[in-house]
Design a protein. Structure first.
Length: 110
């Protein structure tokens, strides 16, 4: 099982900046790190008039885009997905998953 550690704190308290530094150190040591970011509001991953947006708007439940060395995934979750479910679906080749937020979860927290 891939471990998950959540970084929690108040809004604008430096969680993202701390994660950037931790990820840089871990990646520099060859550790494959995935991140699950929580948001308390809706978000835009894709923008109107892009092909992926058009396919999603047409009714696809999940749209992935693959480019040179990059991958993006956008889809319907039904309800808020917990970090464990996200890890199990999308991060199997990784060594560690870090979460930003999820303060109400049972994850180990920093």
């Amino acid at each position: 099982m891939i471990p998950i550690i959540a970084f929690v704190g108040e809004k604008k308290s430096g969680k993202t900046m701390m994660l950037e530094k931790v990820i840089g150190v871990l990646a520099g040591r060859g550790i494959k790190v995935g991140v699950v970011k929580h948001t308390g509001h809706g978000f835009r991953f894709d923008y109107p008039e892009t092909d992926t947006h058009r396919l999603y708007a047409a009714g696809a439940n999940m749209v992935a885009i693959s480019g040179t060395g990059e991958l993006g995934l956008y889809g319907k979750a039904g309800s808020e997905a917990d970090p464990e479910a996200v890890r199990d679906l999308f991060f199997p080749p990784f060594d560690l998953v870090l979460a930003e937020g999820f303060k109400r979860s049972n994850l180990p927290k920093i």
